[in-house]
Design a protein around this ligand. Structure first.
Ligand code: DNO
Length: 348
């Protein structure tokens, strides 16, 4: 496996020097952040990112994310132009050494949480989603302002998007994803990039918006749309794992054996009785997922893709981007390294 760490560029309080000091750290996961979705990424930005990483003994070879515009997901009239820009961005990333590009196909917003700084008994804080804070909210009536939502939309724009997704539904979203993949994957293949779709987080409908990258049946369907290693998964244990019906270890075993996992996001979550969940420390004991079994499944199937510790808690008084501080993610990386070493030695 190739150990990696997400870095938000020059504005990130976590520095490349910090990251380079974590044992076994190899790759940087980043993106060009000062360009809006649907625009071409300047080559200078990619070149600079590559150089900065190299100056710290790290490799910039994973992009997270090239965002997919809503007009592509909705199948709007201008989608061809936007897909052309998307393909150009893949080519540009490849030119500067990128081997894996992560993206998601979630309508309107990325992950959903109800609080980003829930304090645990030990004083650490983490991201949580509590159903009792979600219930009763209606995006078409209420002014919803959940943490992590794209603040660039006006309330009216959000309402229009919800209506547009209600019209296309899940079937329309599958059609638009198919259209996107059929154009994008050949380009990725041509330039040696593996596209890695991130599962919906959480993997069930939120406020009635369609969600399709959610479960084994749907991942099977997704992978068949274009049957190529360039059309792969970013398998996020914490996202798929918060639906009790998902057997994450079995999914990893199956898709890794098929060589269809390009990128692993490894983190643990604690599922509560009502289906709410809290992001926990990475260790198996801290949450509901068995991280040893996760890594064992990867090792036994010969996984050689990218791995990153996903969201960490805020500990030791650190402040910063929720989920993306240095300390707890570094502890996560070290724990994951340990699991890999043990499983690899046992597998020899
Ligand atoms: C959350 C991340 C996601 C992920 C995107 C990929 O912290 O895992 O935001 O980057 O869904 O497009």
């Amino acid at each position: 496996m190739k150990m990696s760490f997400r870095w938000y560029g020059q504005d990130d309080p976590v520095t490349l020097r910090n990251i380079a000091q974590i044992p076994n750290m190899r790759s940087i996961v980043s993106a060009v952040y000062d360009v809006k979705p649907g625009q071409v990424w300047p080559e200078e930005s990619l070149q600079q990112m590559k150089k900065e990483c190299e100056d710290h003994g790290l490799i910039f070879d994973v992009v997270e994310s090239i965002p997919v515009s809503e007009d592509i997901k909705l199948g709007s009239a201008n989608r061809d132009e936007l897909i052309d820009v998307y393909c150009e961005n893949i080519r540009r990333c490849a030119k500067y050494g990128v081997k894996c590009v992560t993206y998601n196909f979630m309508p309107v917003f990325d992950w959903t949480r109800t609080q980003l700084d829930k304090e645990d008994k030990d004083g650490s804080t983490s991201l949580v989603m509590y159903w009792d804070q979600m219930r009763g909210l209606d995006p078409l009536v209420d002014d919803i302002d959940l943490p992590g939502w794209d603040a660039s939309y006006t309330k009216d724009e959000i309402k229009d998007l919800f209506k547009a997704y209600a019209v296309i539904g899940e079937d329309g979203l599958w059609d638009n994803l198919t259209y996107f993949l059929q154009k994008v994957i050949p380009v990725a293949e041509e330039c040696g990039v593996r596209m890695a779709i991130h599962p919906d987080d959480p993997p069930y409908p939120i406020f009635g918006l369609p969600r399709i990258i959610t479960c084994e049946e749907n991942l099977d369907r997704f992978l068949k749309i274009v049957d190529s290693p360039a059309n792969s998964l970013c398998l996020c244990t914490g996202s798929l794992g918060c639906a009790k019906s998902n057997d994450v270890v079995a999914m990893i075993r199956k898709y890794s054996a098929m060589d269809r996992i390009a990128f692993m996001h490894i983190r643990n979550i604690r599922i509560l009785d009502d289906g709410s969940f809290e992001e926990s420390g990475h260790l198996s004991d801290c949450g509901s997922l068995d991280m040893y079994e996760v890594v064992k499944a990867l090792v036994e199937t010969g996984f050689d893709g990218y791995v990153r510790p996903d969201h960490g808690r805020m500990i030791w008084g650190e402040t910063g981007r929720p989920g993306y501080g240095l300390y707890d993610r570094a502890l996560g990386a070290t724990y994951i390294n340990g699991l890999f070493e043990a499983c690899e030695k046992a597998n020899r």
